[in-house]
Each structure stands twice: as structure tokens, then as C-alpha cells.
Write a protein of this length. Structure first.
Length: 270
């Protein structure tokens, strides 16, 4: 008799929950397939929009987890389990995590903005947050630069995206800006010719836009010339240093004096 009663109870439970369990399994299989298809479509859309690889992975993982949580809640609801409490717990947990990771979320948002609007890319020479360097890597939370002396600079994306960014590589060309002073006794026309030849003799100096040499200031002890060659971004430092060295050599050879500070010593007799 007890055995028959147990069998009846099991049959009743199977009848009551069997269909729900089967329904939950079906929901999981179909839901997982739909999630996979949705993520595939999102991946293709991101590839067409040239999203950064690191941003793609993060957003796809985030969307995947959110969709899976919603799927689990749907399965629990189908089984007759109250999901309101689960939703409340998730909301509270999300709020607590958000408060604890406020700075990190700011950096994440900055990283997303950088990757979407692309103010720079890997390989660009940029200046931001008082640092100058070549972009080595763009990550979700930080951007890594390599300084001219090969130091690794790690900048938080939140501050970087909210500050001024100078991209020296964006246009492909740069103007070098030198100021070279000569003595007041020097001939202005001759000095301009000497300095212009220093520029045109360098193969890296562009002819269009053309380099310029102009008087920029009549200073206290020198006539200052603004020396402005245009170069490709990758030739910047080569021309920068060569121009200074070759200008000194050429001016000396032409007998044009480059003034330097003089000190006058006064001795008091008594």
C-alpha cells in the first residue's frame, strides 16, 4: 500500500513538473541558439564598423553574460520559481559593484569612447595628460604609450578621453619649428639663403609645403629667424636634430656669428 502511494506521488510530481522541466530544457536549448546567433550578428556588425579587437571581445562577453542571465531568469519563471527576488539581488549587486568600481567604470567608458571615435590608433605619436609617446596598445581601461626614450607610459582612459589629445600623426606631416638667432652685424639676406640651403639639402624636407625662413624677432642681442621645414611624421626627429647641427656648421662656414650671452665683470677698486 505504501509502495502504491509513493508511486502515485511520484506520478503526480512527474505530471506536475515533468512538462515544466522539459519546457525549461527546450527554453535553454532554443535560447542558447538564439544568443549565439545574436552574438554572431553583433560580431559581424562590429567587424564592418572596424571596432578594436579588445572592445569587440569585451562587448560580446558582456552581452553574452547579460543574455544568459535573462535566459536563466526565464527558465526559473517557467519552473514556477519567483524571480522578483533574484532580480532585486542582481540589481543590488550591480549597484554595489558600480559604486566600488566607480573609477574603473570611468576608465571603461573612456576606453569605449576612444575605440569608437578613434582620436588615435596604434602607432600614432600623441600627447595627452602631459605625456608624449607612440601608442603601443589601446585597452579597455588604459592606453599604453612608448616615450621617445623607450619608457612605457600607462594612461587611464577616463582621464585621457576627457582631456586634450594632440595627435601628431593624424595628418601625416608635421612642421618643425626652430628659432635661430644671429648677430645684428650679420646680413639678413645672406643668413636666409644659408639657412634655406640647410633645409633644401635634406632629402627628408618636403618641397610641398615649401620650407620657410623668416625674421621672427629683433631681440636684445640677436636677430631671430623662424626656420620652418615640413616633413613626414616619421622623419620629424631626424630633420629636427640635423637642422640644428647643419645650421651651426653652415653659419660658421659663412662667417655669420651666432651670439651667446656675455658676462661683464666689474671690479671695484678701493
Amino acid at each position: 500500500m505504501d509502495t502504491d502511494k509513493i508511486i502515485d506521488q511520484v506520478s503526480e510530481l512527474a505530471t506536475q513538473y515533468g512538462l515544466k522541466v522539459i519546457g525549461a530544457i527546450v527554453i535553454w536549448i532554443v535560447g542558447s541558439w538564439i544568443i549565439k546567433r545574436l552574438l554572431g550578428v553583433a560580431r559581424k556588425a562590429m567587424n564592418k564598423s572596424s571596432y578594436e579587437e579588445s572592445l569587440q571581445k569585451f562587448l560580446l562577453n558582456l552581452c553574452g553574460w547579460i543574455l544568459k542571465v535573462l535566459l536563466i531568469l526565464a527558465i526559473l519563471a517557467n519552473l514556477g520559481i519567483e524571480t522578483t527576488s533574484f532580480a532585486a539581488v542582481l540589481a543590488a549587486a550591480g549597484l554595489a559593484i558600480g559604486m566600488a568600481l566607480q573609477g574603473s567604470l570611468s576608465n571603461f567608458a573612456g576606453g569605449v569612447m576612444i575605440m569608437i571615435f578613434k582620436p588615435f590608433k596604434v602607432g600614432d605619436l600623441v600627447e595627452g595628460q602631459g605625456e608624449l609617446g607612440v601608442v603601443k596598445e589601446i585597452e579597455i581601461f588604459t592606453t599604453k604609450l612608448t616615450s621617445p626614450d623607450n619608457k612605457l607610459i600607462i594612461l587611464p582612459n577616463g582621464a585621457l578621453s576627457n582631456g586634450n589629445i594632440i595627435n601628431y600623426s593624424a595628418e601625416g606631416t608635421l612642421q618643425i619649428r626652430h628659432t635661430i638667432g644671429v648677430s645684428y652685424d650679420s646680413d639678413i639676406k645672406q643668413t636666409k639663403e644659408v639657412l634655406m640651403k640647410v633645409l633644401t639639402d635634406q632629402a627628408e624636407v618636403m618641397s610641398n609645403p615649401a620650407p620657410t625662413v623668416d625674421v621672427s624677432e629683433l631681440a636684445d642681442s640677436s636677430v631671430n629667424f623662424a626656420v620652418r621645414p615640413w616633413v613626414k611624421t616619421e622623419d620629424y626627429w631626424t630633420v629636427y636634430f640635423n637642422t640644428l647641427e647643419n645650421a651651426k656648421i653652415a653659419l660658421d662656414a659663412a662667417g655669420i656669428e651666432i651670439p651667446y650671452p656675455h658676462q661683464v665683470e666689474i671690479q671695484k677698486q678701493g
